[in-house]
Design a protein around this ligand. Structure first.
Ligand code: FES
Length: 107
């Protein structure tokens, strides 16, 4: 049950309990977090689950595949070095305390 810390673009912060095996997008949706849409339901087809992963956690994540890399070229908010798609990041116990920032817009 990793805890994930979500930062919002208006400086609010929400700490949520995730379930190992769920994606960041699923966790955000399950907790009704604003700032992440997930319009395609997690099929890596919409890029509305764009998130910025805190730099200190990037090496704990699975490598980005070509489809995710392509979709990140179409995000509404700028793509940064910390950008990932929330539906492509599966949470595990090692992600306890991971910090994720939601972009100011997804559309
Ligand atoms: S939910 Fe659509 S790309 Fe992640």
């Amino acid at each position: 049950m990793p805890t994930v810390i979500f930062n919002f673009s208006d400086d609010r912060q929400q700490v949520v309990e995730a379930v190992a095996g769920q994606t960041l997008m699923q966790v955000a949706a399950n907790h009704g977090l604003e700032g992440i849409l997930g319009d395609c339901g997690g099929a890596c087809q919409c890029a509305t689950c764009h998130v910025y992963i805190d730099e200190s956690w990037l090496d704990q994540l699975p490598e980005m595949d070509g489809m995710e890399d392509d979709m990140l070229e179409g995000t509404a908010a700028p793509r940064l070095a910390q950008s990932r798609l929330g539906c492509c990041v599966i949470l595990e116990a090692v992600h306890e305390g991971m910090v994720v920032t939601l972009p100011p817009t997804q559309i």
